[in-house]
Design a protein around this ligand. Structure first.
Ligand code: ATP
Ligand code: MG
Length: 470
């Protein structure tokens, strides 16, 4: 790209240079020729008139004198091209055959010129031959007056001009090259940085930020890239966290089961009661494992956006009642008072099994995180266009700093304690609740006071919501 630009500039410079030199050259040459021909014409008319008036010696003297004044060599040739006078006195009597002389004496042309390259000793020089018709007093052509002068200085001047121009253009080209290189480097820097960033991101390094300067499209692109990098990094971290959490959750029951099974296998004589107890423990661990895997599959399904809700007309009231009933024994075990109030049946179009999961999770949480003998209140009412489900307990509550995290995957407020009573979860329940509610275009919120209790509120659009009914 830079090379192509430079080549074009170089060619342009060369053309301009060559054109300038040739134009200057031809202007100088033609003005020189014109002035020589003019002088020669004037001399020819003066000398021509005298040629048959003055004596041969006098004529010769006058030619020499004119040659001296004019600078150069003057020759007079007769109508046969024979030299009658040579101011250098070298070619007297010789016949000149140069074309311009021949044209003047033989043809009707009154003047002509030609340029010749001649060797003079060791050096080669350019000479100009200018011929003008010699006319006698009566206007008859008697021969030609020829002026021979060196035009080498002119040629030298032109050569120098060409060299100077070459030098100037060469320097200019170097400067242009430097400028183009600098400008293109400056212009392409953001692109280079961006591709460098993309490359390192491809290699898994999400720390390289691209500098954002100005407000042009490239700066916007760089800002978008930085933003995307942040997102990818956070996604990457979340994914790593998720994988490590999931592995941990799967590994714990497996370890427990392995210990139990090894005890049965190698524990020597074990009474039936202990063995049954161990097998019961293993069975519970398998249930736990199944639960975790089911939750993970549900989340993976939701994440892959493949999950489609099986929407049907239903009464949310039924689902709430059934879920609470299923959990009654669990609440009973903890001597908790689980009350269910359905003020409105809340007709809606929704996925029954998914809403069951929501109710089950929330109510089982309330049971799990409330001390024995506590109160759990489940209440459904319609409000405006929404069904409002509240699950309230007077349990241990959630510390303020944890509230924003409880919907995160695998997040548990107090991991140690949750595990001890055998009902400790994996921290996936609420994240599933949140996703399901979101898929139903609803919201789930929580308010809690440590030691006082927690209230979860789920709002889901009623069936007639889109018709504007209240
Ligand atoms: N009603 C509640 N009272 C107090 N803490 C709660 C309540 N509900 C949830 N939490 C806290 O929020 C955390 C996340 O709840 P979530 O339902 O997601 O997980 P889990 O119940 O521990 O496990 P899982 O539901 O996957 O079996 C819980 O571990 C618990 O610390
Ligand atoms: Mg839960």
């Amino acid at each position: 790209m830079v090379a192509a630009l430079l080549a074009v500039t170089g060619i342009a410079f060369y053309l301009v240079g060559a054109l300038t030199v040739s134009m200057v050259g031809s202007t100088m040459m033609s003005s020189r020729t014109n002035s020589q021909i003019e002088t020669l014409n004037a001399l020819a008319s003066v000398l021509g008139e005298k040629s048959n008036v003055v004596s041969a010696d006098e004529f010769y003297r006058q030619v020499i004198e004119a040659a001296r004044r004019n600078g150069g060599r003057l020759l007079v040739v007769d109508m046969n091209g024979k030299v009658t006078v040579d101011s250098y006195n070298e070619r007297n009597g010789e016949r000149l055959t140069e074309a311009e002389i021949y044209r003047v004496i033989a043809d009707t042309e009154s003047q002509a010129y030609g340029f010749y390259r001649e060797t003079e000793g060791a050096e080669t020089i350019w000479r100009g031959h200018y011929a003008s018709a010699l006319l006698d007093a009566d206007g008859h052509k008697t021969g030609a007056l020829v002026l021979v002068t060196s035009i080498q200085p002119l040629i030298d001047a032109l050569g120098m001009l060409r060299n100077r121009m070459l030098m100037i253009f060469g320097i200019a080209l170097l400067m242009v090259a430097a400028a183009i290189t600098m400008v293109t480097r400056l212009m392409t820097r953001p692109i280079r940085e961006l591709s460098e960033g993309i490359r390192s991101m491809g290699e898994g390094d999400f720390t390289k930020k691209v500098r954002v300067k100005g407000h042009d499209e490239l700066a916007q692109l760089a800002a978008a890239f930085n933003q995307m990098e942040d997102q990818v990094r956070s996604l990457d971290e979340t994914r790593n966290q998720f994988v490590s959490n999931a592995s941990h959750e799967l590994k714990t029951p497996l370890t427990t089961m392995k210990i139990l099974i090894e005890s049965i296998l190698y524990g020597g004589d074990m009474d039936r009661e202990t063995r049954d107890e161990f097998l019961g423990d293993i069975n519970r661990e398998i249930d736990r494992l199944t639960g975790v895997v089911t939750d993970l599959l549900t989340l993976a399904h939701i994440d892959s956006r493949k999950l489609t809700l099986k929407r049907e007309e239903l009464y949310f009231g039924d689902i709430v009642r059934e879920s609470a009933e299923r959990l009654m024994p669990m609440a009973g075990k903890h001597e908790q008072n689980l009350t269910v109030r359905i003020d409105d049946e809340c007709e809606m179009i929704a996925d029954e099994s998914k809403l069951e999961q929501v109710c089950y999770n929330l109510i089982s949480n309330a049971i799990k995180y409330t001390k024995n003998g506590g109160e759990i209140d489940v209440h459904l009412v319609s409000s405006g266009r929404d069904a409002v489900l509240t699950v309230r307990d007077n349990g241990i509550g959630i510390p303020e700093e944890d509230i924003e995290h409880i919907f995160d995957r695998f997040y548990r407020v107090d991991k140690a304690r949750a595990r001890t009573d055998g009902e400790g979860g994996t921290g996936l329940g609420l994240s599933i609740v949140k996703q399901i509610v979101r898929l139903h275009a609803g919201t789930v919120t929580v308010s809690s006071v440590v030691g006082n209790g927690t209230t979860f509120t789920v709002m889901l659009p009623l069936m007639n919501a889109s018709e504007g009914g209240v």
